[in-house]
Design a binder for this molecule. Structure first.
Ligand code: ZN
Length: 366
């Protein structure tokens, strides 16, 4: 497993570099072909290609479908591997994408190996869908993910686990990003400031109001995260902009959040305000179906003599998309480790066979 992980990590795959993601996709596709999977490359013009691998015992009709979901891309630009090389130390595998989520991709291949070795007949079709653009919002893969999920009775997401003890993610917040653009009028800040309309002032008023949208009880967070405006210190600024990160726990809050954002109106006379963007991923809610699937996973782990916990997180994933369709979704089934999106990224090697075994069991039971 570690050898395959090393091969995967050495082939860097930043989301925005189609050539690189496609090269990595080819390597992954070849591994699936070696295992007799029917592999389809979902070609993309701008983004990297997505990979769909199908495994089942093709005598007769499959009695339904199970889906595993993961991504090929990483957040690290090409060349990161030279300053952050793949290495093993302290029982951990370090390197870009080990934890998020090339480890998970390795688990899936070994899960299928294990099912084959144990001669377990596959009554349901197993579909493994690996997209190329999860880290940048899954715009080019969303349709394919949703179509595949609709055909499935459960979706297993191989994103990193939560915490050192490998908890699954049974709730994720919905996510949005908005941009607020303010236009004012410039003037000399000393001679005739009254002729200007201060865009930074206007924006500051809105940021203060946005903070009031935070509602801890409902799991709503609205945070102005990037802000800019003005030109030089003695000019009343005629432009300012802010990016706003939005998170919410309940699908029911999506519409009112969108409405509130787009209801922002200029406060200072002469200022103009424009709001772009909004909600992009719905929340993964811990529905009774999700809870039931987790309870099943927990019982499978217990049979292996291992504990399994669950957690909720403010971060989104493609599991949000499948859960929003009402398909029971279990997320965080991938690697156990830490340091995603940072130079400290690593996974715990001893957890690899355990997680692969859990995935294998989930794919053919419940
Ligand atoms: Zn990820």
């Amino acid at each position: 497993m570690v050898r395959l992980l090393e091969k995967f990590v050495r082939c860097e795959s930043p989301s925005f570099d189609k050539g690189a993601v496609d090269r990595f996709g080819e390597i992954v596709a070849a591994e699936w072909q070696k295992r007799g999977a029917r592999v389809e490359i979902l070609r993309q013009a701008k983004r990297g290609n997505h990979i769909r691998a199908e495994v089942w015992d093709s005598k007769g009709r499959a009695a339904g479908q199970r889906m595993a979901l993961g991504h090929l891309d990483t957040v690290y630009p090409l060349g990161t591997i030279s300053t952050m090389p793949f290495r093993i130390s302290g029982g951990r595998a370090w390197g870009p994408g080990t934890f998020d989520m090339k480890g998970g991709l390795v688990h899936a291949l070994f899960a299928v190996d294990a099912l084959r070795a144990a001669k377990i007949a596959l009554r349901k079709r197993l579909v493994f869908l690996w997209n190329s653009d999860e880290e940048i919002g899954s715009d080019s893969s969303r349709d394919a993910i949703e179509a595949e999920a609709r055909r499935s009775d459960a979706v297993f997401v191989l994103e990193p686990a939560f915490g050192r003890d490998g908890r699954l993610k049974t709730a994720r917040k919905g996510v949005g990003t908005a941009e607020i653009i303010v236009t004012g009028r410039s003037a000399h800040a000393g001679i005739d400031p009254e002729r200007g309309v201060n865009a930074v002032h206007e924006l500051a008023l809105h940021v203060a109001r946005l903070m009031k949208m935070n509602d801890a009880r409902r799991g709503i967070t609205v945070q102005a995260t990037v802000i800019g405006g003005g030109t030089v210190s003695n000019v009343v600024p005629d432009h300012a902009r802010a990016e706003v990160d939005i998170r919410y726990a309940r699908a029911a809050d999506s519409a009112s959040l969108t409405r509130k954002l787009h209801a922002l109106r200029a406060i200072l006379r002469g200022a103009r305000i424009e709001v772009r963007g909004g909600i992009s991923r719905p929340p993964l809610e811990r529905t009774p179906q999700v809870a039931q699937l987790f309870a099943h996973a927990k019982s499978l782990m217990r049979q292996m003599g291992l504990p399994l916990g669950e957690a909720s997180t403010g971060g989104g994933s493609d599991g949000n998309l499948t859960a929003a369709l009402g398909i029971p979704t279990l997320d965080g089934l991938g690697a156990v480790g830490d340091g995603a999106h940072s130079p400290r990224e690593h996974l715990l090697i001893r957890s690899m066979p355990e997680r692969a075994a859990l995935l294998a069991a989930l794919l053919v039971t419940s």
